[in-house]
Design a protein around this ligand. Structure first.
Ligand code: 16G
Ligand code: ZN
Length: 531
């Protein structure tokens, strides 16, 4: 068929190494960059089909987030800026693994199954992170799209959440904002500047924030955005990519996993710091106290801060909207207890992976979701946004309600609802701290984390472990859960679970207890039970 002639020709320039199989996992495709050229071309093809099917613009982001610099990866973005559906993840895997001579057949299979009309136009937005391999790999995506006659817009270097934002802006005809990097800076900075007007008289020290850019795209974009913030936030940027290696001894993942400050950040006692990850969709905060102890404020602390703030505003505004916090099994038990018992907020737990949290958060008027690793955002239902907007316009509200609802409106505008966004989350946190007059220490003191430990165990086949109850209980192999239960009983305030990793060939073990020693021992004992 003439229609596929170009695909056939161009695919030869992006040949698949025979026998190589890869899977579209929770974070898309991700592996050493040298194995990915054919994957990128094929994801260009798939995005074009997805665009024809949905009659919308689709995004393709070339990044491997917090992985080492040698790796790369690719993720597809659906019309509203969400992750692509599970069925299409399956197509992605099929297309990726078709040997060279059966690529067209695999492509036609998708077209048939989805009943795609090939005469529909297609539009694909492409973005990439700062890895050395990203330039040629994103070119392979563009080749894939154009070989099927799709239109492309190459955004070049952008953060993952910026590309999600562009896709959403485009498909909502500008209602979400203007689909340019400048439009993104303008939308967020205007909301941020309005919010900080509620916190006059802040000192320069209060406005100062140390940012670890992980030597990645987030650093670059933070520099671009700084002038828009008109010194209301005074960013001291480290690991800006000028000399260090991406994610090496720095970045949100390093800080969260190692529970220590990144290299390259010169932090004084008590100073507020944060780290982005390699594609700037995750953020964690931290500081060191006068005894030199490191304090991490992870996704759980962020969710608590933001949900407490939103709940207070809803009360002040007199709005009856249901707010819920979505967590995973990794959420620290103290955070769950605080939210449920003290804040009286609904908490729900889902499986690990952003799409599960995002999906669950959509069930509420306001769904705050964060993974402990710092990936998260807030979703406002259409009805909730409408109520907020109507109240903003209502002439009959008193001053306190008016102020609260105006703050809510600006908060909605500051949040990137399409996906977790380090820059947007950072600005929300900074605004909340400013408005509530809180220091990072005050924030940290809201509750005390239970000591915890995570371990990895390598087993011959991690798939023998199956879990239920949002990964908190093992159903197979037989006897494992009973063994964990009896180990947990030995410790105070203890909890532990195991789950097969979705991104590495390991089983992950999590344990928490009243002391670090107990958490360490419990994690160790549970990991022995896994063998
Ligand atoms: C992926 C997920 C992340 C999750 C992590 C768990 C997305 C975009 N990313 O990176 O949310 O925390 O996997 O990895 O969904 P694991 O299964 O190896 O523990
Ligand atoms: Zn990331």
């Amino acid at each position: 068929m003439a229609q596929f002639e170009e695909v056939s020709q161009k695919s030869k320039l992006h040949p698949k190494p025979e026998g190589l199989t890869l899977q579209y996992g929770t974070a898309g495709f991700r592996t050493n960059a040298k194995h990915l050229d054919h994957i990128m071309f094929r994801m260009g093809l798939l995005a074009t089909l997805r665009s024809k099917k949905t009659k919308s613009t689709i995004g393709v982001m070339v990044t491997a987030s917090h992985n080492p610099e040698e790796d790369n990866g690719v993720k597809l973005i659906d019309p509203m800026g969400e992750m692509v559906t599970e069925v299409w993840e399956g197509y992605a895997t099929q297309l990726a693994n078709a040997e060279q001579d059966s690529l067209l057949k695999a492509l036609k299979d998708v077209i048939e199954k989805e009943d795609i009309s090939m005469s529909e136009p297609a539009s694909v937005y492409v973005g990439k992170d700062t890895r050395p391999s990203s330039a040629s790999l994103s070119q392979a995506v563009l080749d894939g799209v154009s070989s099927l006659g799709g239109k492309t817009h190459d955004y070049g270097l952008v953060t993952t959440p910026q590309l999600h934002y562009m896709v959403c802006c485009c498909n909502t005809n500008g209602c979400y904002g203007s689909p340019t990097v400048e439009g993104y800076y303008q939308k967020l900075s205007q909301a941020f500047l309005q919010l900080t007007q509620n916190a006059p008289n802040r000192t320069d020290d209060q406005k100062k924030l140390l940012v670890d850019g992980a030597n990645g795209i987030g650093a670059l974009k933070m520099r671009e955005m700084e002038p828009f913030l008109r010194s209301e936030l005074q960013v001291v940027l480290s690991n800006d990519g000028s000399s260090g290696k991406l994610n090496h001894l720095c970045g949100a993942d390093y800080v969260k996993v190692q529970q220590k400050a990144p290299q390259g950040v010169c932090m004084a006692t008590g100073e507020r710091c944060c780290s982005f990850d390699g594609d700037a969709d995750r953020i964690v905060y931290y500081y060191t106290d006068s005894k030199g102890r490191f304090h991490l404020l992870d996704g759980d602390k962020i969710a608590t801060l933001i949900s407490t703030y939103l709940k207070e505003l809803l009360t002040q505004a007199g709005l009856n909207l249901q707010i819920a916090v979505v967590q995973t099994a990794y959420a620290n038990g103290s955070s769950t207890r605080y939210l449920e018992d003290v804040m009286k907020v609904t908490v729900c737990c889902t499986k690990t992976g952003v799409k599960h949290l995002h999906h669950a958060a959509q069930e509420y008027d306001i769904g705050v979701y964060f993974e402990a690793n710092g990936h998260g955002t807030v979703l406002f239902s259409k009805a909730a946004q409408k109520q907020i907007l109507e109240l903003v316009k209502d002439q009959n509200t008193n001053d306190e309600r008016k102020r609260a609802v105006k703050i809510l409106e600006n908060t909605v505008n500051l949040i990137n609802q399409t996906v977790g966004d380090a820059i947007s989350d950072m600005l929300v946190i900074e605004a909340v701290l400013a408005i509530r007059g809180m220091s990072v220490q005050d924030w940290d003191a809201i509750y005390t984390d239970l000591p915890n430990r995570q371990l990895k165990v390598t087993v011959s086949d991690r798939r023998v472990i199956n879990t239920t109850d949002a990964e908190r209980k093992a159903v197979t192999p037989e006897g494992l859960q009973e063994a964990i239960d009896s180990l947990v009983k030995k410790y105070k305030n203890a909890r532990s679970f195991v789950r097969p990793s979705g991104t590495e060939d390991v089983v992950r073990v999590y344990a928490e207890a009243d002391t670090q020693e107990s958490a360490d021992n419990l994690a160790h004992e549970v990991s022995l039970a896994v063998y």
